[in-house]
Design a protein around this ligand. Structure first.
Ligand code: ZN
Ligand code: ZN
Length: 363
């Protein structure tokens, strides 16, 4: 991710500076620093200048790592990263500096203002997040790998009888996590959700000591991180042989809504329109009030990132944007279903990255 790819990303950010009437940008969100340089340390900030003189600042713990990961960027080893880079901008003759106002704290802003009182600060807005929404093929390869690990881990778990009556949610979640790590994940993408029986009606249930019973829905929402890129997938299973009518009804409804959402993914499609394609199906079936969240989100270096697919989400989709599609219906006290895939928007139709079947799995 370093080298030419990172340099090209900095050039894309540079192209946006003119619109902000700023000759330089101070990037302090760590994930954005990583995206623009390849540097993966836990402390770093980046000055991107319109004239191409970019500077990465980090502290003494990362002298070697920053040189290896970001060899093509000038580096400064300092303790106070934001003020030293603001001073560099002033030394370069700049009187205006764009900064990440959604990230910088009130104290951080005060420190920069006190150190460089003559510097005009303007918001960079979420320019780097916007750039990150569109992936290059190398990033999509990493997402594809992260999704494959999650697919394989669930398949192995089911084949080994790991989802069954008598186990606790926490045992199943730990088993799934261990399988993802054994298959090459560097970490899990987020705290794995295993929600059984009535708990499956809680959209973001934290797996606990409940013992899974026959006839339960078991909703598993999980993902693997691979080279910094996250996967995200949900499958809802049924334990035992008999599926109740109400379970079949809401499963088929969510599966149909999820299909409609996937089919609405297209270059230039309005994000809110994609949400509506799935939501309208659930509302028409009388379950609108049981679907309490947005349809999906972008996924990449963060588990949740731009673009957002929701009822009031602004903007449109573009080529090579990976997103999730994850409608759900949750019946409080009884159970719920969510089905979630990660896909990539493509001109000839979305590419599905999470390949586990969406037929109702009875285990
Ligand atoms: Zn998820
Ligand atoms: Zn998700």
């Amino acid at each position: 991710m370093s080298g030419p790819a990172a340099a090209a990303r900095r050039d894309r950010l540079r192209a946006r500076l003119a619109a902000l009437d700023a000759p330089a940008a101070l990037v302090t969100r760590l994930v954005n620093v990583r995206y623009l340089t390849g540097f993966t340390g836990s402390n770093g900030a980046l000055l991107v200048c319109a004239d191409g003189t970019d500077v990465l600042a980090t502290d003494g713990r990362y002298i070697t790592q920053s040189a290896q990961e970001a060899p093509d960027v000038e580096r400064l080893i300092e303790r106070r990263l934001d003020t030293v880079l603001a001073a560099r901008a002033v030394a370069a003759g700049h009187t205006r500096l764009a900064y990440e106002s959604h990230e910088v704290t009130v104290d951080g802003l005060a420190a920069v203002t006190a150190a460089e009182p003559g510097l005009g600060l303007v918001s960079l807005e979420q320019a780097v997040e916007d750039l990150r929404a569109v992936k290059d093929e190398a990033e999509i390869d990493l997402l594809r790998r992260a999704c494959a690990i999650a697919d394989e881990a669930l398949s192995d778990l089911i084949a080994a009888g790991g989802v069954r009556a008598g186990r606790t949610e926490r045992e199943v979640a730990r088993d799934l996590d261990a399988r993802m790590l054994d298959l090459g994940a560097e970490a899990v993408s987020f705290e794995t959700i295993v929600a059984s029986g009535p708990n499956s009606a809680i959209p973001h249930h934290s797996p606990g000591s409940r013992v899974i019973e026959g006839g339960d829905f078991v909703k598993c929402d999980f993902g693997a991180t691979y080279s910094g890129y996250h996967s995200d997938m949900t499958r809802t299973l049924v334990i035992g042989g008999a599926v109740a009518d109400w379970q079949r009804e809401i499963y088929d409804l969510v599966a149909d809504a999820q299909r409609l959402g996937r089919e609405a993914l297209a270059v230039d499609a309005e994000c809110a329109g994609v949400d509506a394609a799935a939501r309208d199906r659930i509302v028409d079936a009388g379950h609108g009030e049981h679907y309490t969240h947005g349809l999906g989100h972008g996924v990449g270096l963060e588990i949740h990132e731009a673009p957002w697919l929701g009822a009031t989400a602004p903007g449109r989709l573009g080529d090579r944007m990976p997103v999730t599609v994850e409608p759900g219906v949750y019946l409080e006290g009884r159970g719920g279903v969510r089905i979630e895939d990660t896909l990539v928007v493509r001109p000839d139709g979305p590419e599905l990255l999470t390949l586990t079947t969406k037929d109702l799995l009875i285990v």
